[in-house]
Design a protein around this ligand. Sequence first.
Ligand code: ADP
Length: 369
Amino acid sequence: MALGLYILLRLNKIEWVKVIGLLGFNAFLFLIACSESSRSGVYLHFVSASAVAIALYRYEQWKRSFLFVSLSIMFLILVNVKTFNILPFREHTEFIDNLLFTLNVLVSAFIAGYSMYMILSMNHDAENYLRQKQLTIEAQNKELQKTNEELDRFVYSVSHDLRAPLSNIKGLTALMTMDTQTPREEFIKMIESSANRMEIFIRDIEHYSRNSRMELNMEYLNLHDLVADIIKSLSHFDNALKVSIENQIPADYVVYADSYRLRIILNNLINNAIKYADLAKEKPYVRVSADLENGFHHIKITDNGIGIKEEHKQKVFGMFYRASASSKGSGLGLYIVKESADKLQSQVTVQSEYGKGSVFSLRLQMIEK
Ligand code: ADP
């Protein structure tokens, strides 16, 4: 029988092993108990057999454990109320009977105790697992709630911010047909500016959505070239010609990052530094620099622009947050910067003094080639 169980176990027929094992154990006990005096206490093993059945089947298969417990109880009653002469009866001296009784009490107590321990330990594991699951679900719920709130705000702001320049364009075209005094070029300029605003807004939304969807594609990038490219692409913007934009990054400075995200981050930060330049100052400037400290790149965008008031500093990375009335942007730029930095497992921070200027820093982990 032991060999049969072993083969079944090797074949991974666990359910069969349990059924045959418990049936065999109960039948074996029955035969032994029938052939001995009850003084030897063999019947005690029916209690162990019940405990083993409960431990093996647990609550999920309570019907099976109930069946095996009933079988053990039935055998226990049978051997105590009736005499069965299946095996030859073995008579022991009182001393041997006492010895066997003590042994059987000890062994059955051990088996029953161990089975209970197994049940308790499985319950404990299950409880821990559930607690862990609950924590995960709570965290996911919080995340979901945050996403839902963001989505609400997003839809509200998007429709509002898209409608504003559109209404402007509609109003201007209506005015154009009525007002014959003002030169057409002025209207066209204003319409163009509204259209530009709309374009920037749509571009920001696209960046936001792509950042959350796209997989990271990490690679070694020449930071100097990337910044030079961004500065070039921004050169036709309003303030760009009036501001001195300095790329102070050494020509061979290399970082390991996702080029799409890093470009979005730097593009937004440099663009903001140009947009919020203080043209009343003698030499408005924007400086982009990078240095390595304790295994981290610190990429800094420094400007002597209008600066950010203390009360806005912590909020500028929020969705649709505009810290100044002069902002013509979507209020999404720094939010996208923060989200993209999170994706790169990097941190972006701001230091700013209202009226003096700002420093935005990106702390990016250095990974050697
Ligand atoms: P926006 O589209 O309005 O530029 P951002 O999310 O890029 O939105 O920036 C949020 C706000 O932070 C801006 O409205 C602006 O008031 C402020 N800000 C961002 N960068 C600078 C900067 N370099 N200097 C001064 N203010 C800034």
